[in-house]
Design a protein around this ligand. Structure first.
Ligand SMILES: Nc1ncnc2c1ncn2[C@@H]1O[C@H](COP(=O)(O)OP(=O)(O)OP(=O)(O)O)[C@@H](O)[C@H]1O
Length: 237
């Protein structure tokens, strides 16, 4: 029997009132693979991400994690080995960096919570900031705190919504190195084309709620439909 993909999305359809945001979207993410979901503004990337996280309820379609229906609640997702970072970061600004990273580990009642949180902080160069309230840190460090919080749980599937957004070149480079070191499955929604081309094993391109191309980054980059829909616009900007 073949192993099911870590994440499998089939026939995903999401509508907001009369607006169809996603219309029959299929994609998979396998263990050890980084898949980027790209597309122009309004293409449906965040909606797809939110449907995978259970934040948006699809009208049709399925989201499966390792062959099982994806849990909708945050703790259920964590137990299924899924961690995510959101565009808005969602940090508890008055809690320290360490306390923020401890939050999901505590909800999982992990007996090694403290050691895992400190290791994640160390891995992301945040140890010196461990006892500072998260809200007092500069944006790149707050963003790394959100990533540390996700990585501390040891996810099998990591979902990243615009991880490079708002970062400068040095921080984007460090982020790419961090992602390249991971051995879990990664789904990343991102606008930054160079970053996507660097970290993604496969790229899925959405336009008007449909998948218009999927494949290796170089193949997708040269696809005329993609150039017209997204990369062309981006290059002309
Ligand atoms: N909560 C909502 N209510 C109504 N319409 C929504 C909602 N969320 C998204 N949409 C609409 O659904 C479509 C897809 O939006 P979505 O945010 O998923 O696109 P995106 O590809 O992530 O865009 P961006 O790159 O700008 O973040 C857009 O037309 C958007 O206006």
């Amino acid at each position: 029997m073949t192993t099911p993909p870590r994440l499998s999305v089939r026939g995903l359809r999401v509508a907001f009132g009369g607006l169809t945001a996603l219309d029959g979207v299929d994609f998979d993410v396998h263990d050890g693979e980084t898949v980027a979901l790209i597309g122009p503004n309004g293409a449906g990337k965040t909606t797809a991400f939110n449907a995978v996280c259970g934040l948006v309820k699809p009208r049709n379609g399925t989201v499966r994690i390792a062959g099982r229906p994806a849990p909708a609640r945050p703790t259920g997702l964590l137990k299924a080995g899924v961690a995510r970072t959101l565009q808005g970061l969602g940090l508890f600004e008055h809690l320290t960096v360490l306390e923020n990273v401890l939050v999901p580990l505590t909800s999982l009642r992990d007996p090694d919570a403290d050691a895992k949180a400190r290791t994640a902080l160390d891995d992301l160069g945040l140890t010196a900031h461990a006892d500072r309230p998260a809200g007092t840190l500069p944006y790149p460090e707050r963003k790394r705190t959100a990533l540390a919080r996700a990585l501390a749980t040891g996810p099998r599937l990591l979902l990243l919504d615009e991880p490079a957004g708002g970062l400068g070149p040095a921080d984007i480079d460090a982020l790419a190195e961090t992602i390249e070191r991971l051995d879990c499955a990664v789904l990343v929604v991102e606008h930054h084309v160079d970053f996507v081309m660097r970290v993604a094993d496969r790229v899925v391109v959405l336009d008007f709620g449909r998948v218009i191309a999927a494949g290796a980054p170089e193949a997708v980059q040269g696809d005329p439909a993609v150039e017209a829909a997204y990369l062309g616009l981006e290059a002309a900007a």
